[in-house]
Design a protein around this ligand. Sequence first.
Ligand code: F6P
Length: 326
Amino acid sequence: MAKINCIGILTSGGDAPGMNAAIRAVTRSAIYNGLEVKGIMRGYRGLIYDEIEPFKTNSVSNIIQQGGTILKTARSKEFQTAEGRQIAYEALQREGIDALVVIGGDGSLTGARIFAQEFNYPIVGLPGTIDNDLQGTDLTIGYDTALNTIMQAVDKIRDTASSHERLFFIEVMGRECGFLALNGAIASGAEAAIIPEMMLQQDQLADLISNGFRKSKNSSLVLVTEGDITGGAMAMAERVKIEYPQYDVRVTILGHVQRGGSPTANDRILASRMGAAAIDALLDGQRNVMIGIQNDEIVYVPFSKAIKKNKPVQQDLLNTLKVLSI
Ligand code: F6P
């Protein structure tokens, strides 16, 4: 196995709070271990357009508390083509970069997996996404911060919901994954979460209404995962207006407010641990794995497993939400 002297680091896909803490940890840990570091701008795009710069210890000073990513990010269409990946590989050779650390979500790690296989190139991934939808890790970097943002927003909406005795559908991010909605609902004491994972099993909206979810309350808050599977908060509200006109319904779509902001202590610590673990993994000969965390222990998860769809939500969370919303 070729010796690693220089690593490249990039962030790709949607930004997530804690990505900067991860960049800092990867950079400092690499330098601590005698490696050279290069920062690649705008995700895989930076490899194709040669936007690569040397990183020193102070390149990552004062960023642990910042949301977003100092490396910028993109969803590169070119990298999805064989020609694009060939150009990227040539850039890595030219720059003397022997291995990559890729911070991103399932799209970014899918790209990493393909590239690693095509060129037999060492890559370690870090799970950076607010969606918490990667398999083999209990948590992803950014998820905890987004959850706290959702909780604070719902706390505020509750004031209006209860003053006006309204039913609110609050749409949160997560693509096909209901973690943000489900845990956001538990954390904010909402009545229910409508999530993709439950969509096929039951008509969650009809269940809520038929259980008389407003009987003992003067207001209700329901978190809904965005996307085609649930149809989103607007679709829920439209249905209620037609089928249950007695309710005074409103919709709030939280949108990109969920992606920004200073990372929580938990996200900073997770990102720092995972960033350091990425360098340990590369030096240890690990290839093409994502760093995960399970039961508070760092684990290595093969890319093929990490990017599998349909990460299961815990049944006890669903039960807890149901029991606590009576
Ligand atoms: O994957 C993170 C995420 O925020 C999803 O929850 C959301 O569906 C998507 O990215 C939005 O992407 P964009 O910022 O490109 O609109």
